[in-house]
Write a protein that binds this ligand. Sequence first.
Ligand code: SF4
Ligand code: SF4
Length: 231
Amino acid sequence: MILTSELKELLYNEGASLVGFGDISALNHDGFTSCAALAVKIPAGVIAGIGSGPTRDYFDQYHALNKKLDSLAELAAGYLTERGCKALAQTTTTVAESPGYSTPVPHKTCATRAGLGWIGRSALLVTKEYGPAVRLSSVLTDAEFDRAAEPVNASLCGGCTACTAACPGGAITGALWDVGTYREELVDVNACRRAARALAAELIGEKITLCGKCIEVCPYTKSYLKKENAL
Ligand code: SF4
Ligand code: SF4
């Protein structure tokens, strides 16, 4: 039995913003029955700066936070394997080496199973604490955790349509998520990619899919920014 309080403390001390543990046995993936979900907040000042599109600061943070998340996921996986559990850190390297160039189990699936938040109209994970202003990672494992979270199965977006209205690519359909919803029902991925690449090329001269408007306008993000005096 793995003590979640001990592993949580370790990860928070190393810079995690949110940590949760969930049951993924229903996914039947390669003997992995549970997961650790990790989130690191995007600094409030960086988000406050992307009202008109992606900035150099946002671009730099994107890479720095991915690196931080990789090291947190490796740390959690090491902790679990030392205690005799099977564990796979879903790092950027794991993704790069996978056949479909994707995580074996999406970080967002792990995050909802681990109670970190719900999937917003924007198809991003939305947390009560930071809105969608987080980056995610996860670890798949067969560990038995002493405390698994209640999974989140329904959206808390309510009547809000801020991201749908603000999307420069018209990519967000406005549908409300529940646990059976596919990403394609929420967002036209190609329309998002086109708009985000055009913005990143125009504003920071980078060939990358980076926009952030649906993060910046979310009322849950705004609450986070207010708390941090960034608005
Ligand atoms: S990242 Fe930008 S283009 Fe893509 S869905 Fe969000 S607001 Fe729309
Ligand atoms: S902006 Fe509104 S609809 Fe979009 S994810 Fe946030 S709460 Fe949900």
